[in-house]
Write a protein that binds this ligand. Structure first.
Ligand code: ATP
Length: 370
């Protein structure tokens, strides 16, 4: 089922009528979520991702704009009539019910021709429990389960009616690191197996990148970029997106373009065409540095961290916006750790220029690798 968001906007009125300002939580969001895909809504706290999800679910009404499931306009439809499955960060299971009863719960209120017999309910509950691999735990109560198991029960409960759309709001936040990894792979598997169009809200870029077919990066209610995770990483539209995706994060420098040459301090690091002389922000991904004893970028070596396959080199440069620069180099490359200086050349496709005022990405041709 494709989900169409059309000029979706949510404005919360000010709490304090005299001085407070209204909050534009989601601003004119237009996007068609393709059928059967998993979409990650990503952004820092307060960017409007939960509000977007709540509008899709019907828990919140848009101030303006439309929502369609397939060709059905569901904008005014109550949550319970939308055919959605919802999973929240806190699993919200009924503590006095067993796993089986929790999963079956949404089926018990079905009326009219949708009404199910006890056997049909049990069959559906078992099917959903099997999908999330908790069918062995059906007679336990929630307090006899681990956090990861409880979250799987919540997912099974959301799946039991085979929703048209599955909505997940930070479903992994309460899990420890190992379980988080495992459960996110589970979610991906379940989503692929069922083919249910899924929207997944998270502030964790790694989580979003790893399981989503597409991600939507939001900031202050405004969509910044939509695309496949790798495409956004390789081709960020502005400095915010470039900084938000990637661990370790992109290295940001203040620099300038003069006569087609990009300078960081005194170091001329790249020659480009199509950019006028101006001050710029420069972004270099950690994997964009090449150890090169004749390289144009001269940094003060601070520290070398061995990570096995790779080495992380921590250094400083006068034009760096952050105190430290972090590069990731293949461990096969030998570095003279006694030296005070480390010199790099830069991979052009890992090197980005941003307008100093707007922070929008600037496009150019690389003349030659400086
Ligand atoms: P988080 O990751 O912290 O949950 P989020 O990206 O999901 O953040 P939202 O919860 O969608 O962000 O909130 C977006 C903006 O709308 C925030 O500025 C928030 O304070 C505001 N907001 C959310 N709900 C309400 C509400 N019921 N009344 C007023 N303002 C609200």
């Amino acid at each position: 089922m494709k989900v169409v968001l059309e000029n979706l906007t949510k404005i919360f009125p000010s709490r304090n009528k005299k001085s407070g300002e209204e909050v534009v939580a989601v601003n004119n969001f237009t996007f068609t979520i393709p059928d059967g895909k998993l979409i990650g809504l990503l952004g820092p706290s307060g960017c409007g991702k939960s509000t977007t999800l709540y509008m899709i679910s019907g828990l919140q009404k848009p101030t303006s704009g439309k929502i369609y499931f397939g060709d059905d306009d569901v904008t005014e439809l109550a949550t319970e009539n939308r055919g959605i499955g919802l999973v929240f960060q806190n699993y919200a299971l009924y503590p006095h019910m067993t796993v089986k009863q929790n999963i079956m719960f949404p089926l018990q209120n079905l009326k009219g021709e949708d009404k199910l017999t006890k056997e049909e309910m049990l069959e559906k509950a078992h099917y959903a429990a099997k999908l999330v691999q908790i069918d062995e735990l059906m007679d336990r109560k929630p307090n006899e389960l681990s956090g990861g198991q409880q979250q799987r029960v919540a997912i099974a409960r959301a799946l039991v009616k085979m929703p048209r759309v599955l909505l997940l709001d930070e479903p992994l936040s309460n899990l420890d690191a190992r379980l988080r990894l495992q459960t996110r792979e589970e979610i991906r598997r379940i989503q692929k197996e069922t083919g249910i169009t899924t929207v997944f809200v998270t502030h964790d870029q790694e989580e979003a990148m790893s399981i989503s077919d597409m991600i939507v990066v939001m900031k202050l209610g405004v969509v910044q970029q939509i695309g496949a995770p790798q495409d956004i990483y390789d081709d960020p539209t502005n400095l915010f997106v470039a900084k938000f995706l990637g661990t370790p994060p992109i290295n940001v420098f203040e620099g300038r373009v003069e006569d087609g040459k990009v300078y960081m301090g005194e170091d001329m690091v790249m020659e480009v065409t199509g950019v006028e002389d101006q001050q710029v922000f420069i972004g270099i991904r950690p994997e964009g540095f090449i150890l090169d004893e004749n390289g144009p970028l001269k940094c003060q070596l601070s520290n070398v961290e061995v990570m096995g396959r790779d080495v992380s080199i921590v250094s400083k440069h006068e034009s760096s916006v952050n105190p430290m620069i972090r590069s990731i180099i293949d461990a096969d490359h030998k570095l003279n750790v006694g030296s005070e200086v480390v010199r790099y050349s830069v991979k052009p496709h890992k090197f980005f220029l941003f307008n100093k005022e707007t922070e929008e990405r600037m496009y150019y041709e690389v003349k030659k690798n400086g």
